[in-house]
Design a protein. Structure first.
Length: 293
């Protein structure tokens, strides 16, 4: 039953990911995070040529290519759960540098895929393993970190990006709408564990990684940075009307979803206006870690 529930949830996530609104949201997310990810990637890839990268949770491949189509990198392997997204990525981007595979990150089949990929590329491990907004969707993220360690080259770098809502805030916020919407995010099963970030450092230490560095805890915008605030809002909240409409359609027996859907409809427009247009400071929790084997 547990496996059936997982497959059902992953299919729901897949169905949402292929919608135009979600594709647009992911593009906005990529644009927003470049400011925070870019300097870290530049540091990781500096000077050394011929590097092999493993991108865990590559979705449709778009961001994988945007991140890693750089001269220092010789090969990039993307791993994604959804066959349809992998097929799209290979159709659009597969070539001399990029290849994409389907695998369940919580199943032994992942290691078979990685061993096959390493054998074909004649490498002993990956120089860099990238895990972006993946651990928050796993039941036992620590197990994945432990399993991946042996596929990371000695002194190779792992980079992890994940959500952490305890660093999210809006000031001022007399009506406490930020808290309301953070609660709504946490009750959205498609949104994952919104407090994943705070546990990752402990997971990494327990798994035997070293040189653990926290590079960022949130993305933020000052009062007059309207364009950036739009990107932050769209990245962290624009999916909620879509998610709850979808949940009400696919889980009609769950009355809680209908109540939350009404609450989102009631407050969404005014929350967005306060977030973007008013003179407020906003921050949303995104933690960026690097560590080494």
């Amino acid at each position: 039953e547990g496996q059936n529930n997982k497959e059902k949830m992953m299919d729901q996530i897949k169905d949402v990911y292929v919608l135009d609104d979600e594709i647009k949201r992911l593009k906005n997310q990529n644009q927003l995070l470049e400011e925070y990810e870019g300097p870290v990637y530049n540091h990781i890839f500096r000077k050394k040529r011929g590097q092999a990268v493993l991108d865990i949770g590559c979705n449709n491949g778009m961001k994988t290519v945007e991140r890693f189509d750089r001269k220092e990198i010789e090969s990039v392997t993307g791993i994604e759960y959804h066959k349809e997204l992998v097929a799209f990525a290979n159709t659009r981007y597969k070539g001399e540098k990029f290849v994409f595979y389907q695998a369940d990150l919580e199943d032994s089949g992942l290691e078979m895929v990685l061993k096959k990929d390493m054998k074909e590329k004649k490498i002993t491990g990956y120089d860099v393993i990238n895990i972006s907004f993946v651990l928050m969707h796993l039941k036992e993220p620590e197990k994945l970190l432990c399993r991946l360690k042996k596929y990371l080259k000695k002194n190779g770098t792992m980079m992890i990006i994940d959500a952490e809502d305890r660093f999210s805030t809006m000031v001022p916020d007399e009506q406490k709408r930020m808290k309301l919407f953070l609660d709504i995010c946490q009750r959205d099963p498609l949104s994952g564990n919104r407090h994943s970030g705070e546990k990752i450092k402990r997971y990494l230490k327990k798994s035997g990684y070293h040189k653990i560095v926290v590079h960022s805890k949130c993305v933020n915008a000052k009062e007059k940075e309207k364009e950036k605030k739009e990107l932050i809002f769209d990245t962290f909240f624009s999916y909620l009307p879509l998610d709850y409409a979808y949940l009400c359609e696919t889980e009609p027996e769950d009355s809680d979803y209908f109540g939350i859907k009404r609450k989102v409809k009631q407050h969404y427009a005014i929350f967005r206006k306060e977030f973007v247009e008013k003179s407020v400071y906003v921050a949303c929790g995104v933690m960026i870690f690097t560590c080494c084997r």
